[in-house]
Design a protein around this ligand. Structure first.
Ligand code: GRF
Length: 203
């Protein structure tokens, strides 16, 4: 007998604009992530524009600021909120914080991130600028599992874009971002489909 299809509960962590968050919410709400629903959006920044978008989409939003606490204390509050809502998969989307090892351990294999470069090239901040500074001819974006390394966890999916003559950080970032908005929902859908058939860790 085929087991009943399960709906996995997603949380999206943001710090700012939230365009990848919006792409994930749109995809989940329009059936493009058949096994997933977005249960929660958390921002560490009260002024993050993404919060309003999430609210307008009917998603629960929480602001959990660090406010002088240690990384571990802040992450404890975040993970308590995730547990209370029985979140299965955490999607980082422009979340500008390094996660504590306790957070990573608690959700090992269940935290995804999107990064605007073809990892392992150009981890860290300003990946698009790094690509231009190095004279890269191809750039792109990567969805990867989060582990203790900076943007170094196992790669789930990638898309490439050309770097064009005369590109600026802005033009290249925009070209990459368009691909991010397709890649992240597709990668989440594929992770959940694998989880549904028992192929992924922990979910
Ligand atoms: C994206 O470029 C993403 O790859 C990086 O941070 C940016 C977030 O943009 N991690 P947005 O908040 O999703 O619009």
């Amino acid at each position: 007998m085929t087991p009943a299809a399960r709906t996995f509960r997603l949380a999206i962590l943001i710090s700012g604009r939230g365009s990848n968050m919006a792409a994930l919410i749109d995809a989940a709400q329009s059936g493009k992530i058949p096994q997933g629903e977005v249960a929660l959006v958390i921002s560490d920044q009260p002024s993050a524009p993404g919060l309003q978008k999430a609210y307008e989409c009917g998603i629960e939003t929480l602001v959990i600021e660090r406010r002088g606490r240690s990384r571990e204390e802040h992450d404890q509050e975040v993970t308590a909120a995730l547990r209370a809502r029985q979140v299965d998969l955490v999607c980082l989307a422009g979340y500008m914080r390094i996660l504590s090892s306790q957070f990573i351990e608690a959700y090992r294999g269940r935290i995804l991130n999107i990064h605007p470069s073809l990892l392992p090239s150009f981890p860290g901040l300003e990946a698009q600028r790094q690509a231009l500074d190095h004279g890269a001819k191809t750039a792109g974006c990567t969805v990867h599992l989060v582990d203790e390394t900076l943007d170094g966890g196992p790669i789930i999916a990638q898309r490439s874009v050309p770097v064009l003559e005369g590109d600026t950080v802005e033009t290249l970032s925009q070209r990459i971002l368009e691909q991010e908005h397709e890649l992240y929902p597709a990668a989440v859908a594929s992770v959940l489909a694998r989880a549904q058939s028992g192929q992924a860790v922990n979910l």
